[in-house]
Design a protein. Sequence first.
Length: 586
Amino acid sequence: MTLLAIVLISAIVLTVAYFTYGPLLARLLQLDPAAETPAVALRDDVDYAPIEPKFLLSQHFSAIAAAGPIVGPIVAGVAFGWLPAWLWILFGSVLIGGVHDFTTLVASIRHNARSIAEVVRDHMSMRAYLLFLAFVWLSLVYIIVAFTDVTASAFVGALELDDGHRTSITGGGVATSSLLYLVLPIVMGLLLRYTRLTIGWATLIFLPLVGVAIWVGQKIPFDVEQLFHLEPLDAKRVWNIALLAYCFVASVIPMWLLLQPRGHLGGYFLYLALGGGMLGVVVGAVTGGGQIEYPQFTGWVAPYGPSKGEALFPMLFVLIACGACSGFHSVIASGTTSKQLRRETDARLIGYGAMLLEAMVAVVSLCCVMKLSVGHKLIDKGPNYLYAVGVGDFLSVLGIPVALGVSFGLMAFTTFVYDTLDVCTRLGRYILQELTGRHDRLGRWGSTAVTAAVPLFFLLQPPTLDAEGKAIPAWRVFWSLFGASNQLLAALTLLGVTVWLWQTRRVWWVWLVTGVPAALMYTMSTWALVSIIEQKFAAGMTYDPVPWVAVVLIILAILMLAEAAWVIAGPNRLGAGGLRPEEAVS
């Protein structure tokens, strides 16, 4: 099999799913194009603002995608071979991840665009609501930890390319491009807000400027190692602090100033990265390239890469989170996207369609592993570099210089992460404000500070050492915990959606469509958390916060499951909130 075959089969499977299973889900959920959505009914142009689905798709896609569908498939593909990873991406996204995102978005808009946690409160209990909020907040913290560190690593050091010219891509150059990328959407937001510039013209102007930022970055690198004479580890810590400071600021400024224009540009950037990679694979196959070098299956226990020694069951299902299924998507869908949905029927494109697009990003990322041979030097590099070199090779087939293509890949990687980092910090602030009841200025700033400070605490800890005494990157230490907690969040979200649908509909398909996926994700994620706890404690690492957080997450998940079982076994609450009056008796 070739890379072209993998890409074509994946595209066909995902497209068929969108036009078959997607409409079936829409019918089951009884989407009504004439129903007034919260974005229309509660419009204030601050939080609630209906927008065209094509623009909302870009924003939602860029927010959910981030580095997850890049890091996860690469780490899992190296560990277990490309075939298990590929199958989980396809089947997971179609039958679990897409269902998770779609039903969460619909549940939110049927509850005045409130969060999935509030849906849980309406249909379970206040206790379940508080448990869910605590679980979500902890999950957001570890998303911030993992993505901050993997982004900071892209700003340090250099990558020498095998292009025959000894060309190097410097981390300082990527940092410059990233800083310029953050300035551009702010300027765009100001112009959209205070001038007559339309979104169409803004896109035509600022999207090419992002390309200029990529090119300029390597010309004027912002290298903190050289500027402040720092060791690589210290330089990465400086960037970790800077990125979390950015998260703090970005999460309290108005959405129109940064989040919305950056999400809009980031969505197109995602499309370019995805389309360029796929086109490069196609053209490469035509010109005689595109052969698969990596083994399709390496064994039930990983022999290579950063996950060496981990078992395929259950770790495959948590290493690949975004790209197959991700609980984080529920926070985005019910936190910001549902407040901008123009019509109920748009939920199919935004909820289900964006998840399938993300699966395609994951497939292209996996192709970057498949083109390598076992023992290749990139296997031991970070997934950001492996992805960037893969994208650079794909784009070089189209005549784009390898150095520019690799810079584009690294910039794309960090661009995706920015969209997630500040959204996670903002949502973490919302949760703490809800838990404390402080919605004033002190609550706003204090909750943001705590949400950014806890990840900073973990990132400033002394590095964990491997058997050879080498420092293990912080993102790798926390990635398994992030994946397991993220997938358990997906399980709990599906559990909440199942309770909502069962209470309001009482139809058999609820157990099949959302119940079975909830059970699978609950099983795999708790199994993974138990594995993490056993591994850490067996190694005598009782001082490590990772296993203790895993213990807390398992306890919260068990209590949530008990709450759901009690509600489901309880009296029929048909007609409880969540559906339009005419639906409550259908």
